[in-house]
Design a protein around this ligand. Structure first.
Ligand SMILES: *Cc1c(COP(=O)(O)O)cnc(C)c1O
Length: 509
């Protein structure tokens, strides 16, 4: 086979996969041990063998997860927009790095165009932006800009001998904040998790109390991140009172909109969830989550930046790579990136943006919100189900109602068991997360193939599976075998304790 024939063959394989990607079960569940055998990872003799190569490709597709399938309700992303999938193919076949204009002229202009479009959309003035590898890194870069603004010498001297810096985040903020504080030398003890209310929103008065404590101790409150849509509960931190605190304490206000930042697309939802976003210092949004670009696709924007990227991020001698000549008139984007080689992500976002436009994305997320409202109403109406936390935006955290005499650990185990069974059947993949001590299934609608019928059948599956599990429990004497140890650690409880408690209920009912 010559390379053109190989290309024809892969297109045929992909066409076949694509045509059936929403049919059947969303995953052919196979245990890691069985899959290991099937894949024949150590099989010798594959050199130069296209047939063998194709066999692995077909296995990859066969045993992988079909993420655009309506049963895939688990992650903050699903499937992908068609224009961005085309972009991925083009990017893969043309393979270049978006670090310089020289190596990526079109991509550089697309990226610069999209940065300006998004700055204008958000309302940031004289700003800068960059596409990063995701919100985890965008959060870190925002924290880094804040750090170097608060401690001007840090780029040269490090944090040695500086006043102590403290950052503040929602108590349920994404774990990337902890990683960022670790990487940047802030330290997790200096990342204060602010108490949230019963809806999961940061309490501004508690934030001020924490800041006061730090100031009294001689520390510097350098960074506050308001989360716009927390990962588990979808809570939006109140930007307005935090802005008032910024006036007083002069910290950097970053808005982590990885998940719920997509609300900027809809004027109606923006007014509700992101008031005065335009006054924050920085903002990040993952286009690969609610907006459906293919992974990874993210933007970080800085307000009134005064060329902060260059001051904070540019470092070392890149003269072998970067050009500063008149004839390009375009700064190389790679100069202020954390990476050297940069994947071309701009093509995806540019094509998606041109194809759907702001109004198309607004319509999409408004529809998602309507479906979430519907799902919430159904959970409240179905007697076997209950919400674990009030829905405030896009996330529905719920569970199957356990019999009244179950302990918290038993309820958690039941939730996990139901979710695992549904997954292994290939019926649905739904997220699982703790809210305080309570395990909840987290239903997310980020899939354009999900409508009312899919939500109904998913909830019916949860109810039926829940009933099955309970009936099974009642009929067994050895409940421990029926209920193997949980895959997630029980909080504040050992597995054996939880198991013995379950045994009691299992035989008691
Ligand atoms: C998903 C998420 C992140 C991390 O984003 P990645 O692009 O996966 O790195 C950060 N913050 C919040 C609130 C998120 O939901």
């Amino acid at each position: 086979m010559n390379e053109n024939e190989v290309l024809q063959r892969i297109f045929a394989v992909l066409e076949q996969y694509f045509a059936t990607r929403n049919e059947g079960v969303f995953v052919k569940y196979t245990s890691p041990a069985d899959l290991q055998k099937l894949l024949a990872l150590d099989e010798p003799g594959s050199e130069g063998d296209w047939d063998r190569t194709f066999k692995w490709i077909e296995q990859y597709l066969e045993y992988g997860v079909k993420t655009s399938h309506p049963s895939f309700m688990n992650r903050m992303w699903a499937g992908a927009n068609m224009p961005s999938m085309l972009a991925e193919m083009v990017t893969a076949l043309s393979n270049t790095s978006a670090c310089t204009y020289e190596s990526a002229p079109v991509s550089t202009l697309f990226e610069r165009h999209m940065i300006q479009e998004m700055l204008d959309l958000v309302g940031f003035v004289d700003g800068e932006g960059q596409m990063t590898t995701g919100s985890s890194n965008a959060n870190m870069i925002a924290m880094m800009c804040a750090r170097n603004t608060a401690a001007q010498q840090v780029k040269q001297q490090g944090l040695f001998g500086q006043r102590e810096l403290f950052g503040f985040v929602n108590g349920e903020a994404h774990y990337s904040m902890d990683k960022a504080s670790n990487i940047l030398g802030i330290g997790s003890d200096h990342l204060i998790k602010v108490e949230v209310n019963e809806r999961g929103e940061m309490i501004a008065e508690k934030l001020e109390a924490e800041i006061e404590k730090v100031v009294r101790g001689g520390g510097v409150p350098f960074f506050v991140a308001a989360t716009a849509g927390t990962t588990v509960r979808g809570a939006y931190d109140p930007i307005e009172p935090i802005l008032a605190l910024r006036d007083k304490y002069k910290f950097w206000l970053h808005v982590d909109g990885a998940w719920g930042g997509a609300a900027v697309m809809s004027d109606r939802l923006r007014g509700k969830y992101l008031p005065r976003l335009a006054e924050a210092n920085s903002f990040t949004c993952d286009f690969h989550k609610m907006l459906g670009s293919s992974l990874m696709c993210n933007i970080l924007l800085i307000n009134r930046s005064e060329h902060i990227f260059g001051k904070v991020l540019a470092a070392g001698d890149g003269s072998y790579l970067f050009r500063d000549t008149d004839d390009t008139e375009v700064d190389d984007l790679g100069n202020v990136s954390l990476q050297c080689g940069r994947r071309v992500d701009s093509l995806k976002w540019f094509l998606d943006w041109k194809y759907y436009g702001k109004s198309g994305f607004a319509e999409r997320i408004e529809k998602y919100l309507e479906l979430c409202e519907y799902a919430e109403q159904r959970v409240q109406a179905i007697p076997e189900l209950e919400l674990v936390s009030e829905r405030t935006s896009f996330n529905i955290c719920f569970r199957f109602k356990a019999p009244e005499n179950c302990s918290r650990e038993q309820v958690n185990r039941l939730t996990e068991e139901i979710r695992t069974r549904i997954y292994k059947k290939g019926a649905a993949l739904v997220g699982l997360a703790y809210i305080k001590e309570h395990l909840a299934m987290r239903l997310l609608v980020t899939n354009t193939n999900i409508g009312i019928a899919e939500i109904d059948s998913f909830l019916a599956e949860v109810v039926a599976t829940g009933k099955d599990v309970l009936a099974f429990e009642r009929g067994r004497t050895n409940v421990v075998r029926a209920f193997p140890a949980g895959h997630v650690a029980e909080r504040g409880d050992t597995t054996s304790q939880a198991q013995s408690e379950y045994r009691k209920v299992g035989s008691g009912n």
